[in-house]
Design a binder for this molecule. Structure first.
Ligand SMILES: C[S@@+](CC[C@H](N)C(=O)[O-])C[C@H]1O[C@@H](n2cnc3c(N)ncnc32)[C@H](O)[C@@H]1O
Length: 230
């Protein structure tokens, strides 16, 4: 994908999950960055890249918070650690769940397709002392077999376009080990049911939990689905 350099006004933000604290460098203003991107693309006379280059990766979405809380809960069921687990994060954006899971001892591979994500992740790995996180540029519209298979595949707010339902479901089915689990957090976007139906058709059974995650001005209800093969 070609890359459009933007000015990227940044800020530091603290995210707290119980006793765990993640400090994240993120975009100061998502809408201002989108406007700047649109302006740049408009000048070229081609706005077709707007969807692919849209900087949604650069802010903390409430679903990332709900997924992070879920990972801490899962670690609690395992004596407080995720050590011994391999975890793939899809559409990681700022990768808060990956940063947290790495701290909890898991072996993490974070993925996204936006060309700016690795730069933000490198910075946030340093800030949070998580050098061990591996990053792969991976587009879920393409075959994911090269990624290999993982004990867990996780993702937050990655079902926001109708086409994502089939694409993400296929990648999840390709990358979860036969006895593994996927955990997907979603703010009840319109395509969540279609995604669940896709996963069912691919042989997975889901269990849904509804969490409240911090958002402004009000907390948001987030659906967290744990998926395992029948
Ligand atoms: C709404 S953001 C969520 C980011 C992060 N998971 C969170 O919850 O904070 C959606 C993410 O999906 C990524 N994404 C969108 N389409 C993708 C694709 N085809 N392949 C990989 N990542 C994609 C975007 O770059 C962005 O980082």
């Amino acid at each position: 994908m070609s890359f459009t350099p933007l000015s990227y006004q940044l800020k530091r933000q603290i995210e707290e999950f119980g006793d765990h604290r993640v400090e994240i460098e993120c975009l100061k203003d998502l809408n201002a960055t989108i406007d700047e991107l649109f302006g740049l693309l408009e000048k070229t006379g081609d706005t077709s890249l707007l969807e692919d280059l849209c900087p949604y990766f650069g802010v903390v979405w409430p679903s990332a918070r709900a997924l992070s809380h879920t990972l801490i809960k899962e670690a609690g069921l395992r004596g407080g650690s995720l050590a011994g687990l391999t975890i793939l994060e899809l559409g990681c954006g700022l990768a808060i769940p990956s940063l947290l899971a790495a701290r909890l001892g898991a072996e993490i591979t974070a993925t996204d397709f936006h060309p700016e994500v690795p730069k933000f992740l490198e910075k946030n790995k340093v800030i949070n002392s998580c050098p061990q996180i591996k990053y792969i540029n991976a587009d879920w519209r393409q075959n994911a077999e090269a990624l290999g298979t993982f004990d867990w595949v996780i993702g937050s707010d990655i079902l926001y376009e109708v086409q994502h339902t089939k694409q993400v479901a296929k990648v999840v089915a390709q990358t979860v080990k036969p006895t593994g689990m996927a955990i997907i957090a979603d703010p009840a976007r319109p395509y969540l049911q279609a995604f669940s139906d896709e996963m069912e058709a691919l042989g997975f059974k889901g269990q849904t939990e509804v969490l409240e995650a911090f958002d402004t001005p009000l907390p948001k209800e987030i659906f967290v689905i744990r998926l395992q093969r029948h």
